[in-house]
Design a binder for this molecule. Structure first.
Ligand SMILES: [Zn+2]
Length: 71
């Protein structure tokens, strides 16, 4: 059995300006996120990625406030 190497380092953002815009997919919704010094509540459960190249953001992030969420 060959398991996927999910412990491998995530691919880095390859955009001219890395991590310009972050996107988090939460409950099927694409929400804007941004880098933060501390882990936001959503970041504990979900992953953020570059909105352009889809590289997974390795650092802490928070959702941009004021966005609608369907709960
Ligand atoms: Zn990127």
């Amino acid at each position: 059995m060959t398991a996927p190497t999910d412990e491998a380092l995530p691919p880095a953002c390859t955009c001219p300006t890395p991590w310009t815009e972050l996107l988090a997919v939460i409950e099927g919704q694409r929400l804007h996120a941004r880098p933060a010094d501390t882990l936001g509540p959503a970041a504990a459960l979900y992953r953020a990625q570059c909105a352009t190249c889809s590289a997974e953001y390795p650092g802490h992030w928070r959702l941009v406030p004021g966005q609608r969420r369907i709960l």
